[in-house]
Design a protein around this ligand. Structure first.
Ligand code: CA
Length: 238
């Protein structure tokens, strides 16, 4: 059933850093703390990687070859599907701290090199909690929906939503990763478990049931179907 150790349950961090030694150190420490890590060594590569499917968080170096961290961040904010993507800007002491503080960059937070790993992890976790819509212990929130994980209850617009066990786990997973597109295979892996062998089309059946249960009359369909890619929990049609 739902495998808490499934690789998809681990947050994916994109480390954008041109200093190879620092990127390696970050990867080592983040993986040790239960994150999945991908790397990009310049701004263009970072944007290409993000376009393929946004990570849960971006650790973005300010001074990068090809395109600066600031420009990368602006482009992330300009695109509807990554507008709310958590970004932490990594700066050196010599760089323009006022501009960073002014948040002209669009970053959610910033940290100055050389930084303490514990401090970075604390900021990352705080940002991930915020972006996952965890309002309090055991509560998930997305748009007008709330999931109480301890009571196993779902509400939309204040009314109770009744879900089957699979639809519940599917919604829980999607609410933990809002706006991120998952393929049918990824959803099978995360919700059914990597060792369960069912047809990818099974996902479509449960998505249909989930939609029927959560979308009341006149309510926005918050499950987005991405042709040839999969599904996402999203309030934007595209
Ligand atoms: Ca750099």
């Amino acid at each position: 059933m739902l495998d808490g150790h499934s690789s998809l349950a681990k947050p994916l961090v994109l480390v954008v850093e041109d200093e190879a030694a620092l990127a390696t150190m970050l990867r080592y420490n983040l993986e040790k703390q239960g994150f999945r890590v991908e790397e990009a060594s310049d701004g263009q590569e970072a944007l290409t990687r993000i376009a393929e499917g946004p990570p849960d968080l971006v650790l973005l170096d300010w001074m990068l070859p090809v395109m600066s961290g600031i420009e990368v961040c602006r482009q992330i904010r300009r695109r509807p599907n990554t507008r709310d993507l958590p970004v932490i800007m990594v700066t050196a002491r010599t760089e323009d701290q006022d501009a960073v503080r002014g948040l002209n960059t669009g970053a959610d937070d910033y940290i100055t090199k050389p930084f303490n790993m514990e401090a970075l992890l604390a900021r990352m976790r705080a940002l991930l909690r915020r972006s996952a819509g965890v309002t309090a212990k055991g509560m998930l929130q997305f748009h007008d929906m709330a999931m109480d994980l301890s009571a196993h209850r779902v509400q939309r617009n204040g009314r109770a939503v009744h879900l089957g066990p699979t639809e519940y786990r599917l919604l829980e997973f999607l609410m933990q990763h809002p706006r991120r597109v998952f393929s049918r295979e990824e959803l099978l892996d995360a919700v059914w478990g990597p060792d369960i062998h069912v047809e990818p089309r099974t996902v479509d059946v449960h998505i249909r049931r989930l939609r029927k249960s959560i979308n009341g009359d006149g309510e926005l369909d918050v499950v987005r179907t991405v042709r040839a890619a999969g599904y996402a929990l999203d309030t934007e049609p595209l």
